[in-house]
Design a protein around this ligand. Structure first.
Ligand SMILES: C[S@@+](CC[C@H](N)C(=O)[O-])C[C@H]1O[C@@H](n2cnc3c(N)ncnc32)[C@H](O)[C@@H]1O
Length: 474
């Protein structure tokens, strides 16, 4: 592989043809006296002690191609095009690509961001257009961004939400970016914790995600992963805690949540202050499918036996909530006439010292309010409030936020959701260059009718909150 340094290109290839091709003028004289040659109509003697490097035939050919130009002094020189230069071979130590500097336009403020020039070299050296590039540790998404620009296909992963969100915004900022999906596949760090604390409970990575990515509706057709997971949990939850790691895990969390375990249910695990409690699995997000199952079982349980709920309410504890869940699930629960609360299991439960000191706090998920105005065929959405749960928010971040909208880093709208994947049809987000964010979005519908509009907000910590609103246009 060979490549010219940028600085060399800038200082040497200073000329451009009308079509933008860069070139430099190279001397065609060499040492040792030689004969005069014809350059078009001009017969030119080489200066004393030199000769023209090319014979007459080659000079005629280069003249015909327009590749010989003349200096101000009238000395012929050959045009050497940058795109024909091979450059010198790249060595094992690549110290010609500087790190991303603080003022660089490509900088996204991700601590370990790599320069695009580095990935550009790697991808050009190892792939062709249309090839598939995989980066399992994407961070700010440099590999995917460069792959996209170089017309490669790409898959990229990271275990951090902030990384995923940074990469998503970066990719969306590429002019003409092709559609892509964001999937949430599970939490392996927590699986390892579960396996260590409740030996025998680890199942290995989940093969499937919590439903299709960004899908705002519950899966309706079997086989459902929720079913399988619920039944598996139920079977294990019926064995004594001492011999079921799964039950030990559920009871551990119920105890931290100050709830008492209940028996005989598949989806409902505990009771606290008259409300039922569901404990989400460690190895994946709570999905809208789970919520449908919890709601169905809750409805059946009312007034049934000693462990029946005294109040119309379920607290759904989850480590994570599928990207689409949150507001959609709230709406689902409200439609079933159940007061459901979605409560995040704090990371602190994995911290032995925090558990021992009893310093564990559970918080409700963020809430989003959206105002809708319709004028004929045009709908205008306005974000009117966004409440972020206090969990995980560093104190300095909380203190710096003076208005709720500062929590919002990005929001997107699917104007006509068909109950399938969320389609980013409109989006607005803050960038390093422009920290402002509009809180309004409008859309003109071609046809009258009722539309399901899905609004997705991503906060500055990378958490998704999604809400569906109905819009009727005439
Ligand atoms: C050095 S950074 C990558 C930086 C990236 N090349 C860029 O230009 O921004 C490594 C990333 O790997 C992620 N990571 C670490 N362990 C991981 C794992 N087991 N699975 C997925 N991502 C992981 C981290 O969250 C971090 O974002």
């Amino acid at each position: 592989m060979s490549q010219l340094k940028d600085s060399y290109i800038q200082s040497h290839f200073t000329n451009k043809d009308p079509d933008g091709r860069r070139y430099k003028m190279a001397d065609i004289l060499a040492k040792g006296q030689g004969p005069a040659r014809k350059f078009g109509e001009k017969l030119l003697e080489p200066p004393a002690g030199t000769h023209w490097r090319f014979g007459q035939e080659k000079i005629d050919e280069l003249m015909k191609q327009g590749r010989i130009g003349f200096t101000k002094q009238g000395t012929p020189a050959v045009k050497m095009y940058l795109d024909e230069k091979e450059g010198s071979v790249v060595h094992n130590i690549w110290n010609d690509i500087p790190p991303v500097n603080p003022m660089a336009l490509e900088r996204v403020d991700y601590p370990t961001q790599k320069p695009e020039a580095l990935l550009d070299r790697i991808l050009k050296a190892s792939s062709n257009e249309g090839d598939l590039v995989l980066d399992c540790f994407c961070g700010s998404g440099t590999t995917a961004a460069v792959a996209e620009k170089l017309k490669r296909r790409w898959i990229t992963c990271d275990l951090g939400r902030f990384a995923i969100h940074t990469a998503r915004k970066r990719l969306l900022g590429i002019p003409g970016v092709r559609p892509f999906v964001v999937q949430n596949l599970g939490k392996y760090e927590r699986q390892m914790w579960q396996a260590a604390v409740f030996p025998g409970s680890a199942r290995g990575p989940r093969a499937e995600s919590g439903g299709p990515p960004d899908s705002p509706t519950p899966p309706t057709s079997p086989p459902s992963e929720s079913d399988a997971r619920g039944l598996r949990r139920a079977a294990e939850d019926d064995t004594p805690a001492a011999c079921s790691p799964q039950r030990a895990y559920t009871e551990f969390l119920l105890q931290l949540y100050h709830a008492k375990p209940v028996r005989g249910y598949t989806w409902l695990h505990g009771l606290r202050s008259g409300r039922m409690v569901h404990v989400g699995a460690v190895d994946g997000p709570v999905t809208t499918g789970d919520v449908a199952q919890i709601a169905a079982e809750f409805k059946k349980s009312i007034g049934q036996g000693a462990d029946a709920p005294a109040r119309n309410g379920v607290d759904v504890l989850g480590w994570d909530f599928a990207f689409e869940l949150n507001e959609v699930a709230r709406q689902q629960a409200a439609a079933a006439n159940i007061q459901m609360k979605f409560i995040r299991i704090p990371r602190d439960v994995m911290d032995k010292r925090a558990v021992e000191s009893g310093d564990i706090h559970f918080f409700e998920l963020g809430a989003l309010s959206v105002d809708v105005k319709v004028a004929k065929r045009e709908a205008t959405l306005k974000l009117t409030e966004f409440v972020i749960p206090p969990d995980d928010v560093p104190e300095e971040a909380r203190a710096a936020v003076k208005h709720w909208s500062q929590w919002v880093d990005y929001w997107a709208v699917d104007w006509d959701n068909q109950g399938d994947t969320f389609h980013n049809e409109w989006q607005a987000y803050r960038t390093r260059q422009d920290g402002t964010l509009t809180l309004e979005a409008s859309h003109a519908y071609a046809e009258a009718g009722e539309y399901a509009v899905v609004v997705k907000v991503i906060d500055i910590l990378g958490n998704d909150t999604t809400k569906t609103v109905k819009v009727r246009v005439k």
